[in-house]
Design a protein around this ligand. Structure first.
Ligand SMILES: Nc1ncnc2c1ncn2[C@@H]1O[C@H](COP(=O)(O)OP(=O)(O)O)[C@@H](O)[C@H]1O
Ligand SMILES: [Mg+2]
Length: 227
């Protein structure tokens, strides 16, 4: 049996909102294998972003166990957690989150600089920008691009460390349906080409059904849908 790349075992997370505790995740169990393309749907406030934040190491569970590649995240040192976040996990956001004052090339290069890579790796960035079909726009600024193009740059940036896991929080939510499906195709292709496990949150059922695993989350409770 292969070790799942992502495993949640009875994970609980709640937040304090004023004097009231708000349950964001309740008894969540999830097991994904390398190369899975999981889509998560559910109403606003259901817990989608919380689940991704725990995976990204941006927050910690109150209870339960989170394993990445069979290793308990709670056992990692701060140093290892930082490395994991930087190198093993790529994130794509709904609003692209590109740096407006940096060119396309510089935006994709940024994670390498932040990881203190000793030398610039222009070749890797060219390959990635070619991969997303935007090498010819390397010197453009984000504001000069369409939404679909900005998201392709964001995907190149998320892939720059060749992550094992790609998290995407409504990556097509700000695009028209045609561009949304193009972004979906690109992420699916990337998951195959780089053997990356993808978790994608979406409100679009047409997008969601293209994953190989389909989940719903409501009131913090995650369920898997079998089509
Ligand atoms: N930092 C926070 N402080 C207080 N409540 C939060 C915080 N983050 C999320 N929540 C609450 O947790 C629940 C789940 O939120 P979230 O994971 O963002 O849902 P979704 O992404 O599905 O819209 C919501 O009730 C939300 O208000
Ligand atoms: Mg959200």
């Amino acid at each position: 049996m292969t070790t799942p790349i992502i495993q949640f075992i009875e994970v609980f997370k709640s937040y304090q909102s004023g004097s009231q505790p708000v349950t964001a995740l309740e008894a969540v169990n999830l097991s994904l294998n390398a190369g899975d393309f999981a889509t998560i749907m559910g109403p606003s406030g259901g817990g989608k972003t919380t689940l991704l934040n725990l995976l990204a190491g941006l927050d910690v569970p109150d209870q339960g166990t989170l394993l990445l590649n069979g290793q308990k995240v709670s056992d990692l040192s701060d140093h290892d957690l930082t490395l994991l976040r930087r190198k093993e996990i790529g994130i794509v956001f709904q609003f692209f989150n590109l740096m407006p004052t940096l060119t396309v090339l510089e935006n994709v290069e940024l994670p390498l600089l932040l990881a203190h890579s000793s030398k610039k790796d222009d070749q890797r960035i060219k390959i990635l920008l070619d991969y997303v079909g935007l090498w010819h726009r390397a010197d453009s600024f984000p504001a000069e691009l369409s939404g679909g193009e900005m998201q392709r740059v964001a995907i190149a940036r998320a892939l720059v460390h060749q992550p094992n896991i790609l998290l995407a929080d409504e990556p097509t939510g700000n695009l028209d349906s045609e561009n949304g499906l193009k972004i979906l195709d690109l992420m699916k292709q990337a998951s195959v080409d780089f053997n990356t496990t993808v978790i994608m949150v979406t409100h679009n059922p047409q997008v969601a059904e293209r994953g190989n695993r389909h989940f719903n989350i409501r009131d913090g409770k995650l369920t898997e849908k079998t089509l």
